[in-house]
Design a protein around this ligand. Sequence first.
Ligand SMILES: Cc1ncc(C[n+]2csc(CCOP(=O)(O)OP(=O)(O)O)c2C)c(N)n1
Length: 203
Amino acid sequence: MPTAPVSPGNTKIMNRFELTKRLTSRLKNDEAVVAGIGNTNFDLWAAGRRAQNFYMLGSMGLALPIALGVALAQPQRRVIALEGDGSLLMQLGCLTTIAMLKPKNFTMVVFDNGIYQITGGQPTPAATGADIVAMARGAGLAASAWAADEEDFEHLLDQALASSEPYFIGVRIDGKPAEATTHRDPVQIRERFMIGLGVRQAP
Ligand SMILES: Cc1ncc(C[n+]2csc(CCOP(=O)(O)OP(=O)(O)O)c2C)c(N)n1
């Protein structure tokens, strides 16, 4: 169980791309990584292409539900969902579903910058006190923690990837734009991912 800080107030403000690089560098077993709309998947893309990465376009809040589906369909594979705070807040109910189904192979990382950055930086409710980790705990996800700093993030990630319960990691991040932009080709993104998961033959 995580021992990280219980409130977002005493965590370091980190950087999404930096954390995403740290995350992908720790992957060794063809883990699936499903990243949410916008900056989250842009930085995953910039951190290095993998056939097991899925880059969500268009709709907010679907990274966790899509990743949950993958985790249930392929219980032998570790699955990681990356999402922005605004997107998670639009789809909070998925936390209760994940807590109810308790996938053993599922890790969630939510990047909290307190803004809808990609549409102009409007504040999200997380900017004025909504605590996404407390909400995850309240939904029934006991293994939920804020990462205090980069080292703690890696530590929590290692715990999560070895755990047999769903893990929720909240990270506070700065407002730096993403490093690159995903190619906007949904069909290609889906096909590559399905090949990466071994459910479709490469052409
Ligand atoms: C259902 C839905 N509502 C609104 C939008 C417009 N929109 C796209 S991204 C975004 C903000 C996403 O915020 P967040 O998830 O916090 O990520 P950030 O931009 O901060 O990286 C908004 C409002 C959308 N694409 N889909």
